[in-house]
Design a protein around this ligand. Structure first.
Ligand SMILES: Nc1ncnc2c1ncn2[C@@H]1O[C@H](COP(=O)(O)OP(=O)(O)O)[C@@H](O)[C@H]1O
Ligand SMILES: [Mg+2]
Length: 501
């Protein structure tokens, strides 16, 4: 087709050249005979041949110019051949010739205009056909890609039409005649009532049909389809629906999988939260309960002496009560933390809390033979914080430091420092001379349940991070070059004291 076109236009050009040459020769011959011979015939009539030849090239302006040229040549021939003697016969011949040229030209031009408009029409129809073919191809592709078939139905008893994709969705061969029975035969038995209902609504003339149902395929598979149709071109004797049938199996399965995994995730989250809560409580009360047991033992020992030392026993029992109270407070705080409410922030003296916390774990520190050094900032930073929670953070960090020193052969030192971090924050540093933190573990340290200890719960640092971040602070770990580990956190200082140094 592409090589035909240039060939056709080459032939047309050659034909046009021949016509032009022939026209020119005829015009010249006619003119010479007309002007130079004394023939008494209307030879100029032959100019119509010239006009027809030029018109055959299809060139309208050239045809008009040629017509005028022939008129001119006729008149010129007439003038040249008759000197001043214009006989009636000669005049009549000239008039006939002119009339013939004019009539032929007008008819030819009209004919040309009609032919051109016919050409245009043919061309337009050709283009429309091509566009239709293209859009049909697009539609087929789009139907295949989107798994959407078309169904047209004429009701109540009229024929039904399915697109190729609709056949594919129903898994029918093209020889099956589309019908509601054929659709029902593929419909899942549990959904047949739904499809029948939709069909009845359509017979009743509902403006829109929208139905989702399943197909039970011959291979035992299940498909989910969504059919949407609307009433088109209502006529007196019948109603016609045009609709789309979408295969939504993949979307449906993905939705179901998503719903399943969301439910599973919610379940896992609940279990994890419960687990974390239980583990946090267990972790945080271990220390006070151990302290209560130790104090109880001590009190018994003081009382069992031949001469009971009432003062010492009383002190041990007071400590027991203090630790028991703290254990119950810790449980309360963890529960409220899990619910993310009920913090009791008050302005606290950071140095005082550090000293209190060291007192609370003094016995464990002594047991591990840890040398504790405390460097406190002057003036003392004031932080807005929940007292029990801040104690929990400090106790967790100090206990971790003490545990890290358990297997150390060298010095067992823990240094606790408070200082200003910047204008808006105070900092607490807990440094030990233990084994330090491996690079591999550094990023997981604060994760719940991460532990490297046989008896560890992995909750301590995770609790610390929750508490510090809930108070607008930040906690992080470092491994200094001299060895050991540094765990430190910052907390916002109280508004009014921000710029005090
Ligand atoms: N001071 C420290 N020195 C070395 N490692 C530490 C220190 N503090 C914490 N870690 C590491 O972080 C892990 C998590 O600590 P933590 O959350 O308190 O849980 P647990 O103490 O129950 O193991 C510890 O198992 C340990 O490997
Ligand atoms: Mg710990």
């Amino acid at each position: 087709m592409t090589s035909d076109r240039p060939r056709a236009s080459r032939t047309a050009r050659r034909d046009a050249r021949v016509a032009w040459t022939l026209a020119a020769v005829i015009a010249l011959v006619v003119f010479l005979i007309d002007a130079l011979t004394p023939l008494d015939i209307a030879i100029a009539v032959l100019y119509v041949v010239v006009v027809l030849l030029v018109a055959s090239t299809g060139n309208r302006p050239a045809t008009i110019a040629t017509a005028w040229g022939c008129v001119f040549l006729t008149l010129a021939g007439f003038v040249l051949s008759h000197d001043e003697l214009y006989s009636n016969g000669a005049l009549a011949r000239c008039a006939v010739s002119l009339l013939a040229i004019a009539t032929t030209s007008v008819l030819t031009l009209r004919n040309m205009a009609a032919t051109a408009s016919l050409h245009r029409e043919v061309e337009e129809r050709k283009q429309a056909e091509q566009a239709l073919e293209r859009s049909e191809a697009f539609l087929l592709d789009a139907q295949r890609l989107s798994r959407t078939g078309s169904i047209a139905t004429r009701l109540p008893e009229g024929p039904m039409w399915w697109s190729d994709e609709a056949y594919r969705i129903f898994d029918y061969t093209p020889d099956v005649v589309p019908s509601i029975e054929a659709i029902l035969a593929r419909t899942h038995p549990d959904d047949r009532a739904v499809v029948r209902g939709a069909h009845e609504r359509a017979v009743g003339g509902a403006p829109q049909i929208d139905v989702e149902h399943r197909l039970a395929m011959p291979d035992g598979g299940l498909k989910y389809v969504h059919y949407v149709a609307h009433l088109a071109a209502p006529r007196a004797d019948c109603i016609e629906y045009v609709g789309a049938l979408m295969d939504v199996t993949e979307t449906k399965l993905a939705q179901e999988a998503l719903a399943r995994s969301t439910a599973e995730l919610a379940h896992v989250t609940r279990i994890t939260m419960l687990g974390e809560l239980a583990a946090s409580i267990a972790h945080e009360v271990t220390q006070p309960i151990a302290a209560i047991v130790t104090c109880g033992d001590a009190a018994l020992r003081w009382l069992n002496r031949p001469v009971p030392d009432m003062a010492e026993a009383k002190q041990s029992i007071t400590q027991m009560i203090r630790d028991a109270k703290r254990a119950s407070e810790v449980i309360l705080r963890i529960r409220s933390m899990a619910k993310k409410r009920d913090r009791l922030p008050v302005t606290l003296d950071l140095n005082e809390i550090v000293e209190e916390s060291v007192q609370l774990v003094r016995r464990e520190l002594d047991e591990h033979r840890v040398d504790v050094r405390i460097d406190l900032a002057v003036p003392t930073p004031a932080v807005v914080c929940d007292r029990v929670q801040l104690q929990q953070v400090l106790i967790n960090l100090i206990m971790n430091a003490a545990q890290a020193l358990a297997d150390t052969r060298g010095a067992r030192r823990v240094r606790i420092e408070t200082r200003r971090f910047d204008d808006q924050h105070a900092q607490v540093v807990v440094q030990d001379s233990g084994a330090g933190i491996s690079e591999e573990n550094a990023s997981r340290l604060f994760n719940a349940f991460f532990t490297t200890k046989a008896e560890g719960t992995g909750m301590g640092l995770s609790i610390c991070r929750s508490i510090v971040e809930a108070h607008g602070g930040r906690i992080w770990a470092e491994s200094p070059e001299e060895g050991g580990a540094v765990l430190q956190f910052i907390l916002p200082v109280e508004e009014g004291r921000r710029h005090e140094q």
